[in-house]
Design a protein around this ligand. Structure first.
Ligand code: ADP
Length: 258
């Protein structure tokens, strides 16, 4: 039967099935709770920007539109919050595909330095604005590995986005790559705010943030690292974190090189 319950007549010892059933239900309840928490979290995360969008739009309609300065600042909020909604939905779609088990891998040889260069292009303006020094050290510079480039782009851009988000102006963000006992190791490190020890084991959970308000303010969705974790599971990779609050963090990704 569905839960593995056996009726006394089918040859199973009577004392065994009680425990079997108990474990099954506990796991099912846990999964059900995880699913419900997730739906509640998603709803909350989506409602926050939506409330702000409708609130400021209504305020404009109620007269704020007549003062150009106020109108402009309200419109800016509306645009920002729409971008935020868009990031949440994009991240949720990535997660859904990754968790569906239907994500297919397209493996091919990739030159790490070229890949990193392309990803850096997208964040160079942010780094410049915050006066953050970007450093790349790939050894050897022609280092190649076999991977799904699109999915690894998600990993590297999420780690890099975080490094930039959680590093105050004037800091440094560094990406390094090397071969180590037949595996490729890519490290993204920063001189930022760091992560308290007690949070380190939880940051890969969906929607987990050390500082919810700060993450939101910086445009975070709380989903980035869970996407990273999922992609690395698919690619038979691993990730480790070292961090010291107030000094910085280092995320080290290790992958089979072919
Ligand atoms: P978010 O969108 O909030 O950045 P993530 O899943 O990418 O979500 O990260 C989860 C949390 O881990 C962040 O909210 C932040 O508290 C912490 N974190 C991730 N990367 C860093 C980093 N480089 N430095 C400091 N804290 C970080």
């Amino acid at each position: 039967s569905l839960l593995g319950i056996r009726t006394p007549g089918d040859g199973a010892p009577r004392s065994g099935y009680g425990i079997f059933l108990f474990y099954d239900l506990t796991e099912m309840r846990r999964l059900e709770r995880v699913r419900k928490d997730f739906v509640a979290n998603v709803s909350h995360e989506i409602r926050t920007p939506l409330t702000s969008i409708s609130g400021f739009a209504e305020a404009l309609m109620d007269g704020a539109i007549d003062d150009p300065k106020t109108a402009r600042s309200f419109l800016e909020i509306i645009v920002n919050q729409s971008h935020r909604l868009n990031s949440i939905v994009t991240d949720l779609l990535h997660l859904a595909t990754l968790e569906s088990g239907k994500a297919s891998l397209i493996m091919k040889p990739v030159e790490l330095a070229t890949q990193v260069d392309r990803i850096l292009e997208a964040v160079r303006s942010v780094a410049k604005e915050k006066n953050i020094f970007l450093e790349v050290e790939i050894d050897p510079p022609s280092l190649m590995y076999e991977t799904d480039e699109g999915k690894m782009n998600l990993v590297l851009s999420n780690l890099l986005d975080n490094a930039l988000k959680y590093t105050p102006a004037g800091g440094t963000v560094r990406i390094s790559g090397q071969l180590l006992s037949g595996r490729i190791e890519i490290a993204v490190s920063d001189s930022g705010i760091g992560i308290p020890k007690e949070d380190l084991s939880r940051i890969f959970e969906r929607f987990y943030r050390v500082d919810r308000a700060r993450s939101r303010e910086l445009g975070g969705t709380g989903l980035g690292l869970s996407i990273v974790k999922h992609v690395l599971e698919l690619l038979r990779g691993e990730i480790r974190v070292k961090s010291h609050p107030g000094e910085g963090s280092m995320f080290i990704v290790s992958l089979p090189s072919k």
